[in-house]
Design a protein around this ligand. Structure first.
Ligand code: ZN
Length: 366
């Protein structure tokens, strides 16, 4: 994520903190200072926030290390002021695996709470508890606060609002009975209802809840669309969308030939060859940049993207999302028996999804 700094590495997973996290610390110091707290107490508050964020890292590691057991790698873990974010390479698709991976996070918080409970005396009644917690965080109530935060984090994450952990667990449980995309739809709708509840309550209680509510609402929407698209692509391969007619240019030709082809055709990305062998790709933006920076007579070889991405024609379309999203403005070369048979870009896949969607709606209507 942009604006993140690397803290280190645990179990091969990069740990990052987003710069906005420093705003949170500044905010805590400010609030404490305004309340007239002494320096010692402000230091306790900061130590507490840091301990909570270590907790958040452990929670995310809970997800990541469990996913690793099922052969799913985690790209990185980033700390944001609103919590942690573990970017898994892909999501576990077997219901049981998703259930366990989702539960592993809150489970870490429950274990931490249990562990802490051995070292604190929990006040017997609410009044005593309130007295002990009043007046900010200090050495006497640090662990008690830590215990409460961990229970709260566990319970909060277990709310069945997809895509929160509890929502993922709900989807996994539904997926034992329904197809994955149907399970996602149901879980997402329930999540969105709860999200609207968050926003509503947020207006009266805590504006932070409005923020969480919107985040959950949009997250549920995105994940439904993603699963829906993936479902539409089931059973199809690259062969179904490959462009067999594609435009190619020679790397030694001047950039003005590319401009002419751009104006003359519908295509926006071209394959570049040298002695009929593919050597690069060239998109509209690269043509414009080369034209303005190097002039119309510069050879295409100086402007092209030399990073070639190959794909086998038998690749299932549902496995294509990652590759396509990493190569948004690039042309992918489709191979069959070590021969170049065509090309593929983001547009091809999106158009295919669109057509399938329209067709499916017609089926429902009839
Ligand atoms: Zn989690």
């Amino acid at each position: 994520m942009k604006g993140s700094f690397k803290l280190g590495k645990i179990a091969g997973i990069g740990l990052f903190v987003h710069w906005t996290f420093s705003l949170l610390l500044a905010f805590i110091i400010f609030i404490n200072y305004r309340s007239g707290y002494k320096t010692v107490q402000i230091i306790w508050s900061i130590a507490f926030i840091l301990s909570v964020f270590v907790t958040v890292i452990l929670h995310e590691l809970g997800h990541a290390l469990t996913a690793k057991k099922y052969g799913i790698k985690t790209k990185d873990i980033t700390l944001l002021p609103i919590g942690g974010l573990a970017r898994l390479e892909k999501l576990p698709e077997k219901p049981m695996e998703e259930l366990i991976v989702a539960f592993a996070g809150p489970m870490v918080n429950l274990l931490l709470a249990l562990l802490t409970s051995f070292f604190v005396s929990i006040p017997e009644n609410e009044e005593l508890l309130a007295t002990k917690l009043s007046g900010g965080i200090d050495a006497h109530n640090f662990l008690l606060n830590f215990l409460i935060v961990n229970i709260a984090l566990a319970l909060f994450n277990l709310i069945p609002a997809f895509p929160m952990d509890g929502g993922r667990m709900l989807r996994a449980i539904l997926a034992f009975k329904f197809q994955r995309h149907t399970a996602t739809k149901i879980a997402a709708r329930i999540g969105q209802l709860i999200a609207m509840g968050f926003v509503f309550i947020g207006f009266f209680l805590n504006p932070f809840l409005i923020f969480i509510g919107l985040f959950v609402f949009m997250g549920a929407q995105m994940e439904t669309e993603y699963t829906e698209s993936k479902h539409l692509l089931k059973g199809y391969t690259v062969r179904d969308i490959v462009m067999k007619k594609y435009h190619s240019l020679d790397a030694n030709e001047p950039i003005k030939s590319a401009v002419a082809l751009l104006l003359d055709s519908q295509a926006k990305i071209f394959l570049i060859t040298d002695l009929d062998k593919p050597v690069g790709t060239l998109n509209k933006d690269q043509i414009i940049i080369a034209l303005s920076e190097k002039g119309e007579n510069t050879p295409i070889a100086n402007a092209m993207n030399k990073n070639l991405v190959f794909l086998n024609i038998e690749t299932p379309l549902e496995d294509l999302f990652e590759l396509i999203s990493h190569n948004k403005s690039n042309l992918i070369l489709v191979m069959e028996n070590k021969q170049l048979v065509g090309t593929l870009d983001t547009e091809n896949l999106l158009e295919f999804i669109l057509i399938k969607e329209v067709k499916q709606k017609k089926v429902y209507a009839s």
